[in-house]
Design a protein around this ligand. Structure first.
Ligand code: ATP
Length: 319
């Protein structure tokens, strides 16, 4: 394979630029040509495609977001949209494509692969919700952003003896809330993978209050429900003053952590290697610090699961 393309799709995540850089430099190192496709699958259909050289990825390893921009495209989900994309790939002579994004993006990549056009997926999402990899690019940076916020909220929580609910992203996954809860010393962690009885949450809050705790911090994953609804219910039931902070999009921005830059570099480079070996329809990942790759079908059929030992530990440490 001599010419490959790269695009970013779905929600952006810190570290995507480091992955693009790795793809471009690794491919050029192996004397391949690389084309950057702007605006995800939408840009692919529109032929928004440019040749990338070594310099085009200079000074981006430390930058958040994605220099290729990202988009969601309904049209690409249609047969006609996918045909348009393939025509553009043929026009530019691109033989293989690297898709950096979440599992929705990999479904698109699978469709192109099924049509005879090999694609490799690189997991880039802050949610850490993709099976077949222990970590996704952006998760570590987002987690650190959340922890900075939790630490600040803890200061004010102690000063005012309040209960604080901090709602974090993650879609249907609870990894950000679980890791941030454990790292931030939260009293309760509410995640979609574990249905906790509301009375259990109230009991824990009351118990803490009765033994003189100055504050309570609850980490709530957005997949569980609205932080404001929980706040209203908790205040009503416990009579403890409760405040809600929805962290929102600050969790998606910022300079990627060292861990995310290293992960992105390794995964991006491995994706190029797979295309060099004429492989397609696979996602690269990391498991127990070893680079792995799995067929997209395997990634789609297995549910992402949370770390049970960590969840149990979070309960034991917050008594
Ligand atoms: P994140 O969840 O982090 O936002 P994602 O990759 O899961 O990332 P999606 O919005 O689900 O984000 O998907 C990105 C794009 O991938 C879609 O806008 C669409 O163009 C394409 N895509 C998603 N599902 C399919 C599908 N079943 N067939 C073809 N293309 C798809």
């Amino acid at each position: 394979m001599k010419k490959i393309g790269v695009l970013t799709s779905g929600g952006d995540s810190p570290g995507m630029n480091a992955a693009i850089r790795a793809v471009v430099r690794k491919a050029i190192f192996h004397e391949m040509e690389v084309y950057g496709i702007k605006n995800g699958f939408q840009g692919l259909m529109e032929g928004n495609i440019e040749n990338m050289d070594l310099g085009s990825v200079g000074d981006i390893i430390q930058r958040g977001g994605t220099i290729l921009f990202s988009a969601r495209s309904e049209e690409f989900k249609t047969e006609a949209g996918q045909q348009r994309a393939i025509e553009q790939l043929k026009k530019f002579g691109i033989e293989g494509l690297i898709v950096i994004g979440g599992d929705g993006s990999f479904r698109g990549a699978q469709k192109l692969t099924d049509k005879g056009f090999p694609c490799i997926g690189v997991p880039g999402t802050i949610d850490n919700d993709i099976s077949g990899t222990d970590f996704t690019i952006g998760f570590d940076t987002s987690l650190n952003t959340i922890i900075q916020a939790v630490d600040k909220i803890r200061d004010t929580a102690t000063s005012h003896e309040r209960t604080y609910i901090i709602e974090v992203m993650g879609r249907d996954a609870g990894d950000l809330a679980l890791w941030a809860g454990l790292a931030g010393g939260a009293e309760s962690i509410l995640i979609p993978e574990k249905k906790e009885d509301f009375s259990g949450i109230l009991d824990r809050l009351k118990r803490g209050h009765d033994r003189g705790k100055k504050h309570s911090i609850i980490l709530l994953a957005e997949g569980v429900g609205s932080g404001f609804d929980y706040g209203d219910r908790i205040e009503k039931e416990t009579k403890l003053e409760t405040r809600v902070t929805v962290l929102g999009y600050i969790q998606r921005g910022g300079s990627p952590s060292a861990t995310d830059r290293v992960l992105a570099s390794r995964l991006g480079a491995r994706a190029v290697e797979l295309l060099m070996n004429e492989q397609g329809g696979r996602m690269v990942g990391i498991q127990q610090n070893i680079l792995v790759d799995h067929a997209f079908d395997e990634v789609f059929t297995k549910d992402h699961s949370i770390n049970e030992e960590m969840y149990q530990l979070s309960k034991e440490l917050s008594i």
